[in-house]
Design a protein around this ligand. Structure first.
Ligand code: IFM
Length: 727
């Protein structure tokens, strides 16, 4: 396997996609794969994890740091910068084994050709550091100028987030301190520049000065390349009370670029030693799945033990840098089985944000924990009541994601339970995990309604995973997950009681569990979960079958504007059976053991032609379910769609007038789920891990490592054999 992707398209239109596809990151920051000379217009960004700001009435979003990688060359006074100045040769490539972004570009100038080669990495060992190497060569003598800057004119969606910038310098180091509008935070960035070539050439090296930049004036000759090596540092008030002092301390240390790069590579070697997938018989699938895992590893929180992963990773401010159910339902499993410490951090994040969830439930008049739909730090819900802008009126549309997507709390409960089950680490239950699950159950308990004539508990006025149908009653996915959350709460309490009597006693005082749990046990089996109709199809919600039964294409044909939002009050899909993403199918995948294969298949067959797959979360669920009823070839194209979400780029860029582009961690994690839990059929049981494998046509071998209950295993799957080897 080559572990390399390349691109020659440097057009203005390609820049946003390239920024996603060529991203490098280390969990602390994501650096979009734009070129050295790129800035705001090409969406260049050093996106920071876990630090947010809100400007005026705009959406609260994460910060992009001032960009310390901004480097531009001038030949005889003229900037050589893509896309404005066309190149005669250009290639950008990503070594996604070692997370190194490279480019090589040659421009023709009246004096001769100028070539730039560069490399950059977000240091996996020192999460605050970035390395960049930038080499210029010429084929004729000429005057070259290199501008090495910390660029503060950066891409921001709802900025500007900085209201004051201070630059300073010290020998070869440039510093920039940016004051955040919120009046509390600061972001400090530094760049240590070392230019080589002075000593062994008689050329003229003069360093001019510009606030925030070093400018190198060079007389260059053919055969005598000049290399600028930069080591950059980023700290914020999230990390240190005095971030500038932290940057200065980091850069005063003598960092050797090559030595940093070596240890960075070693860190990635270790990640792949446990985290890669071996696949024989389908090179494209092998490359795409590992590329997806590359992206997940770039955004995994390793520098802190209480952070999760936002829906667009660290690819920018899209989706407000917020954590959605994507993390627990789609992304968690890969880390759970390969890097449990990362999974633990993701679960801790939810436990720590329980106070916000309790507060949110209370604000709507409910009890227990209603987690933020778009969770930022402290569990603050970044989701606006008006989350989509109408294409026609340009007015914000009232959407109900924040108030009605109540299934989020069940995803959180699932994460706590799955983490505990698979790792065997019960410590989180005592540290708030059991309470989290119980408060999620209490939330659903408080939502239950009974008709005067009925004998079952229902849940009304919700939005299920399919966001196009708002405010529906008895969404099958939501009801089933709510019932399961109640069972999890009972189980979590039992486990805590068995494992830590003292913590259990505290938990009972805190939650009044001894009074509440019996009530829950009495209720849980009467929570209504819609059942298959005479054709075996489970209605997505009450009245779904009465909606217009038409095709996805027909609904698409009704659009007056391609960016029009399909859901909401008068969206083109709202009054039809066309859905945005897997909904009943997600429920059946989660609880496949409760249904016959025939029911699984019939629902797949019914819902798939009615699904737009307008969310990147959709395809993997269809693929998983097809594996559950033994049709890996039917699963395959959906698996590929998920695995290629970022490999191919593109995807949906707009919801109404709101930009939603970026990377797709849920699709990446979903692809791993399909491979490991679908095709290889990995499942945790009380007797340990098992495989129920079914490989698609042409696949000769799949192998991967995984960890359960502290033991490491290797799954080895061939068309007619599947084996778990304890390591
Ligand atoms: O969480 C998803 C949701 O299910 C569909 N819209 C996008 C969100 C973030 O990925």
């Amino acid at each position: 396997m080559q572990w390399l992707i390349e691109n020659n398209n440097s057009s203005k239109e390609a820049a946003p996609d390239n920024g996603n596809r060529f991203l490098v990151g280390n969990g602390y920051m994501g650096i979009r794969g734009t070129l050295d000379e790129h800035g705001r217009d090409q969406l260049a960004a050093v996106n920071l994890a876990g630090i947010y700001d809100r400007v005026g009435d705009g959406w609260r979003e994460p910060l992009n740091a001032p960009n310390p990688l901004h480097t531009v060359i001038y030949a005889e006074g003229k900037a050589l910068a893509l896309p404005e100045m066309e190149a005669v040769h250009h290639v950008q490539s990503l070594d996604f084994y070692h997370a190194i972004l490279m480019r090589k570009t040659t421009w023709k100038t009246p004096k001769g050709a100028v070539t730039v080669e560069s490399r950059r990495f977000a240091d996996m060992v020192h999460p605050h550091l970035i390395g960049q190497e930038f080499t210029v060569s010429v084929d004729a003598p000429m005057e070259i100028q290199i501008l090495a800057e910390i660029d503060t004119d950066i891409w921001e969606i709802y900025g500007p987030h900085y209201n004051k910038i201070e630059y300073s310098r010290e020998n070869d180091n440039l510093y920039c301190l940016a004051y955040v509008q919120n009046g509390r935070d600061q972001v400090a960035v530094g760049r240590k520049c070392r230019i080589s070539g002075q000593a062994d050439q008689n050329d003229r090296f003069e360093r001019g000065e510009k606030a925030g930049a070093f400018i190198y004036d060079l007389h260059m000759e053919p055969g005598k390349p000049v290399t600028l090596k930069s080591v950059c540092a980023v700290y914020t008030t999230n990390d240190e009370a005095e971030p500038l002092a932290a940057v200065q301390a980091a850069l005063r240390e003598e960092h050797d670029f090559e030595a940093l790069l070596d240890t960075h590579k070693e860190a990635w070697d270790k990640i792949w030693a446990v985290g890669q997938v071996e696949l024989e018989g389908d090179d494209m699938a092998r490359d795409c799945i590992n590329y997806s895992l590359y992206h997940l590893n770039c955004i995994a929180p390793r520098h802190r033990n209480d952070l999760s992963i936002p829906a667009r990773g660290l690819s920018g401010q899209t989706y407000k840098g917020a954590v959605f159910w994507d993390s627990e339902m789609f992304i968690l499993d890969y880390f759970l089985y390969t890097q449990p410490e990362v999974a633990k951090s993701m679960v801790r994040y939810r436990i720590d944000t329980l106070p916000g969830a309790l507060e949110k439930a209370k604000s709507y008049g409910w009890q227990g924990a209603f987690y933020a739909w778009e969770s930022q730090e402290g569990g603050y819900d970044g989701c606006s009541d008006y989350n989509v802008t109408d294409v026609f009126t340009k007015r914000p549309m009232r959407t109900f994601f924040r108030d009605k997507q109540v299934h989020i709390s069940a995803a959180v409960a699932r994460a706590v339970m799955l983490y505990t089950d698979v790792t065997g680490d019960v410590s989180l239950l005592a540290k708030g995990g059991a309470r989290t699950v119980l408060e999620c159950a209490r939330f659903y308990y408080s939502l239950l309604v009974k008709r005067a004539t009925g004998d079952r508990w229902e849940i009304h006025d919700v939005i299920g995973p399919d966001e196009y149908h708002e405010r529906v009653n008895n969404n099958a996915y939501t009801n089933k997950m709510a019932a399961e959350t109640c069972r999890w709460a009972i189980k979590a309490a039992e486990k805590l009681k068995e494992s830590d009597g003292k913590a259990y006693a505290e938990f009972c005082v805190q939650t009044n569990a001894e009074e509440f749990l019996p009530k829950l046990s009495q209720t849980v089996n009467s929570i209504y979960v819609p059942e298959p109709n005479e054709s075996g199809v489970i209605p997505q919600f009450d009245g779904y079958a009465d909606l217009e039964d038409t095709t996805v294409q027909e609904v698409r044909n009704r659009l007056l504007d391609p960016r029009e939002y399909w859901g909401g009050a008068y969206g083109v899909a709202s009054h039809t059976q066309v859905i945005k993403q897997a909904d009943v199918v997600t429920m059946l995948e989660m609880f496949h053991g409760d249904y016959s294969q025939e029911i699984l298949r019939k629902n797949w067959d019914y819902y798939e032609p009615r699904t737009e797959h307008g969310s990147s979360l959709s395809a993997c669920m269809y693929a998983l379910l097809a594996c559950r009823f033994g049709e890996p070839d039917q699963a395959y194209p959906f698996f590929m769609k998920s695995a290629q979400a970022d490999w191919l780029g593109g995807g949906k860029q707009w919801a109404g007038l709101v930009y939603i582009g970026g990377t797709h961690p849920a699709a990446e994690g979903g692809a791993w789920k399909v491979l490991a839990e679908g095709f290889a059929g990995l499942e945790w049981t009380d007797n340990g891990p098992i495989l129920r494998a079914c490989l698609p046509k042409g696949w000769k071998r799949v192998a991967f490592r995984f960890c359960c209950r502290g033991k490491w295993y290797r799954a080895e799957v061939e068309p007619d054999a599947a084996e778990i080897i304890e390591l």
